[in-house]
Design a protein around this ligand. Sequence first.
Ligand code: URA
Length: 432
Amino acid sequence: RRIIDAIADLRAHRPLAESTIRGIVDDYLGGRVTDYQMSAWLATVACTGLGPAETAALTMAYVDSGLRLTHSGAGRVVDKHSTGGVGDKVSLFVTPVVAACGVPVVKVSGRGLGFMGGTVDKLESLAGLRLDLSAAEVADTLKAVGMVITGQSDELVPGDRATYALRDVTGTVESMPLIAASVMSKKIATGAAAVVLDVKCGEGALVPGLSEARTLARLMIDIGRAADVECRAVLTDMDRPLGRAVGNAAEVREAIQALHGEVFPGYHEVCREIATQMVSLGRPELELAACADLVDRAVAGGEALRTFRRWVEHQGGDVAQIDDPDRLPSARNEIVVPATEDGWVTAIRPTEIGKAALWLGAGRFHPQASLDHSAAVLLDRQVGEQVTAGEPLARLLWNGGRPDEAEKAVRAAFRIGGRPPASSGAVLEVVS
Ligand code: URA
């Protein structure tokens, strides 16, 4: 009855007690609430919303449904989280950079969802890399390398795992309180002292505009504060894909190139800001400008790349692929999508590029589907760049899937105009 009464309360805008919210999560995990009842509750929340206290209660119910990591003796551990986007390989770059600046990082990552990629899927392009570490292995890797990236184990926030799977198939992902509770439960359970949240906004993000991104950021920062986790949010643009590569191995390659110092459109700017904020949270005695300087030097001096290599080795991955990215999985076929007119690229719709990558097999249409790590969309032109008719806009790398559909999606993604678009940055705002 509890869940049915709670649905009626939500509809009548009566606040839910903390014990009611906890009970719902416990009952669902214990099999006393069915998938369809939980789906109805989530759908009602997605329509009516939850107040900040209820959202915090849901967050802590998820946290307490599983293990909570601690990192005693490891110093001030920091973490980051992105609300998700297309071509978002920020974690692959910032984690080793921040660790190379002397700030320990523990990152628990997830798989792709819909047209948005996931860090675990990307990293599985590296042969042998283990992403299922136990709590003891997390501690050991952190001590040895100063950074850890691992997948979400069954013991960490099972409440979020189970409800996320339902949200994904019931159209209830795009709900502020559900996003905030999902993200912050994982961050609190991971045990970091401080977290930088990359809140993406735009067509390819979970929230469309800057004002919604600000609201979501505020909600998450306040939940973190109540749980003693210091948070800052970097609001970033997702009206275009990030960087030039969308697809698992191709994104790992781009991250390695960035660790060598190469600059990719949007990617460098977002990574530099997030890494700087992470270093600043880990080393609060430093001014922001000094943190940015440390970040630049960690890349330029090669320490960030060396840290990444040591980390891959420690978690069982093949470092030959880091030393020579040509050893990463590669596709047998390539389709070039040329420009049909002269001009400037004025927009690239991220949802269409994300869908194209899905059609090529870089993502999953259903949860159990396997991936083709070599499938990718490479953007030869980004927004603001000039092109002549016949020159490539993008390339599709593929082995199977539906390259015809992917090509249509890529053509639909690009807008070409007669003059350059007004330039806009990829970092929109920092909220603390
Ligand atoms: N990322 C998460 O971890 N959870 C959400 O609900 C949305 C994005």
